[in-house]
Ligand binder design. Structure first.
Ligand code: PGA
Length: 261
C-alpha cells in the first residue's frame, strides 16, 4: 500500500438537466449510502438548482457533498433568472461547477465570465470546479495544448494565488463529453501535465495541492486506467453519475486504482 494520494481524489457527479425532485432525492440518498464507506476520496453529486437545497438537507451529516452546475457573481439585483453563489452556499452546496462546455457552447459563457463566477464562488465559501477543454476541431488542428492553456489563464485570471489553490480544475475535452469517446489515459495525462506545469509556473510547489479532474465519458470500466495517471486526481462525471450503481462503482474503482501501490 502506498501513502494517501496527494491531492486527495475527488469524484463529482454532474446531473445536468435531469429528473424530478423526488428522482434527485432518491439518487442522492442512494449514492450517499453506497459510498458511505469510501474514506480515501471526496465525493459530490451535482443536482439541478431546484433540487439543490432539498438534496443538501437530505445529505446533511454525511460525507457526500453537493455541487451546483453554475452560479452568478452578483448577490442580488435586477438579474432575472440568475442564481447567486451566495444563494447556492446558503442552500447547502459545497462546490460550484463553472464554465462547463455546455454553458460555453449554448449560453455564451466566456473565460472572463467563468473567472468572475469562480471568484464569486470562492467569496461565498464554495469551491469552484473550473471547466476547460478543447473542441474536436481544435484538437485536430493541433491546438489542444494552446487552447487549454489560454482557457486556464483566462478562467483563473481574477483569482489570487490563495484562491486558486483552493479551486478544482476540470479538463473536459468537448469531443469526449456525452459521446462515449473517452480520451485515452495518455491523451488526458498529456493535457493534465500541461495544466499542472502552468499552475507550477504561477504557484510553485503549491500547485501540487490542486485537484485536476478529467471529464468526458468516464465510466466504471475506464476510470481505473485514467486514475493511474500521475496528474489525474479525479473525475467530473455526467451520464455515469445518473444511477446509484454506476456512480458508486465508478468511485470505488477510481479510489482502488489510486490507492493501490
Ligand atoms: P459525460 O459528461 O460523463 O456524460 O461525458 C461529463 C460532463 O459533461 O461533465
Amino acid at each position: 500500500m502506498s501513502n494517501p494520494r496527494i491531492p486527495r481524489p475527488f469524484f463529482c457527479g454532474n446531473w445536468k438537466l435531469w429528473g424530478t425532485l423526488s428522482d434527485s432525492v432518491s439518487l442522492a440518498t442512494g449514492v450517499r449510502d453506497a459510498v458511505a464507506g469510501v474514506a480515501a476520496a471526496d465525493v459530490a453529486v451535482g443536482p439541478g438548482f431546484v433540487a439543490l437545497a432539498t438534496v443538501a438537507e437530505k445529505l446533511k451529516g454525511s460525507s457526500l457533498g453537493v455541487a451546483s452546475q453554475d452560479g452568478y457573481w452578483e448577490q442580488k439585483g435586477a438579474f432575472t433568472g440568475e442564481v447567486a453563489m451566495t444563494q447556492i452556499a446558503d442552500a447547502g452546496a459545497k462546490y460550484a461547477i463553472v464554465g462547463h462546455s455546455e454553458r460555453r457552447q449554448y449560453f455564451g459563457e466566456t473565460d472572463e465570465t467563468v473567472s468572475r463566477r469562480a471568484k464569486a464562488a470562492l467569496a461565498a465559501g464554495l469551491v469552484p470546479i473550473i471547466c476547460i477543454g478543447e473542441t474536436l476541431s481544435e484538437r485536430d488542428a493541433g491546438q489542444a495544448l494552446a487552447v487549454v492553456a489560454k482557457q486556464l489563464d483566462g478562467a483563473t485570471a481574477s483569482l489570487t494565488d490563495d484562491e486558486l489553490v483552493k479551486s478544482v480544475i476540470a479538463y473536459e475535452p468537448v469531443w469526449a463529453i456525452g459521446t462515449g469517446r473517452v480520451a485515452s489515459p495518455a491523451q488526458a495525462q498529456e493535457i493534465h501535465a500541461s495544466i499542472r506545469a502552468r499552475l507550477v509556473q504561477r504557484l510553485a510547489t503549491r500547485a501540487q495541492q490542486i485537484r485536476i479532474l478529467y471529464g468526458g465519458s468516464v465510466k466504471p470500466d475506464n476510470v481505473a486506467e485514467l486514475m493511474k495517471e500521475k496528474d489525474i486526481d479525479g473525475a467530473l462525471v455526467g451520464g455515469a453519475s445518473l444511477t446509484v450503481d454506476s456512480f458508486a462503482k465508478l468511485v470505488k474503482e477510481g479510489v482502488a486504482a489510486c490507492t493501490r501501490s
